[in-house]
Design a protein around this ligand. Structure first.
Ligand code: FES
Ligand code: FES
Length: 283
């Protein structure tokens, strides 16, 4: 009736389950652990009353420890990586080939592996748009994009938009029209706007397009259309009027007046004295 023996029975008798032993042997074969190390592995596992899963962890730990202590060990790149895959892609014009965990999101590859911290991680679940980058000309949420799916693709981040000291027209327009405050959402807003302008050039419709049959290339976007097409990019600072004005200007291809300007010294002085008068009146 061995089939019905519980774990405690085995432990009390100083034995181990036959299936546990078999799994352990198989695992150690795969890991290349033999001799004394193999015997100690089973002694420890038995003494600790460990199950198969715990034995697997213990075996992995031992395998890694063996690699660390070998004086002439040759370390593979990212030896600690699980599910390692190599991904080759072009980022901001430069070819990159990196070994990553296959589960790595594009935003993490950019920020953590390549140090391109211009791309921001906000919600990390596809809600805010802060992580927007351009992949093969389309805007994508890099927090929801597996880096491994970008094999052979071209990625543009906010760092790749300017040409040397010359800002991309969208970047310059954001500054001119005060399209940001804290700036956290801005790289995503700018990448989104750059791709949006290409979508308009290609005549791609949006949910706000009035007549789908009449779409043509070089669409002239209304403010309503710009707002709809930028609706995936959230700005907690509420810089939306400036963002829309910036995109409108770049799309029009001609300079438009800033809707804001710094106050003059006279205006500041007048505002301060008005404030003082109000305070005096309230006392
Ligand atoms: S961080 Fe990707 S959508 Fe918010
Ligand atoms: S500028 Fe602060 S969140 Fe947009």
């Amino acid at each position: 009736m061995n089939d019905h023996r519980e774990d405690e029975d085995y432990l009390l008798n100083g034995e181990e389950r036959p299936e546990t032993r078999a799994d352990g042997e198989k695992l150690l074969d795969e890991l290349g652990i033999f001799g004394v190390a193999r015997r100690r592995f089973f002694e420890q596992g038995l003494a600790g009353g460990l199950g198969v899963f715990a034995l697997q962890l213990l075996a992995k730990e031992k395998a890694l420890a063996a690699v660390e202590t070998a004086p002439d060990a040759v370390f593979a790149e990212n030896a600690g990586l699980e599910n390692a895959v190599r991904v080759s892609l072009k980022i901001n014009g430069a070819a990159q080939s990196v070994e990553i965990d296959s589960r790595t999101a594009l935003v993490d590859l950019l920020r953590e592996n390549l140090g391109l911290t211009g791309t921001k991680k906000g919600c990390d679940q596809g809600q805010c748009g802060a992580c927007t980058v351009i992949v093969d000309g389309r805007r994508v949420l890099s927090c929801l994009t597996l880096a491994a799916r970008c094999e052979g693709k071209t990625v543009t981040t906010v760092e790749g938009l300017a040409k040397g000291d010359e800002l991309h027209p969208v970047q310059a327009a954001f500054i001119k029209h005060d399209g940001f405050q804290c700036g956290y959402c801005t790289p995503g807003q700018i990448c989104s706007a750059v791709a949006l302008l290409d979508e308009a050039k290609n005549g791609e419709a949006s949910a706000a397009t009035k007549n789908l049959r009449a779409t043509a290339r070089d669409l002239k976007l209304s403010d309503e259309e710009i707002r709809e097409r930028m609706s995936g990019n959230v700005c907690r600072c509420g810089a939306y009027p400036g963002i829309v004005a910036a995109i409108r200007e770049v799309q029009a291809g001609r300079e438009t007046a800033q809707y804001w300007q710094f106050a003059t010294e006279e205006e500041i002085a007048a505002a301060m004295s008005a404030g003082e008068e109000e305070r005096d009146a309230a006392v």
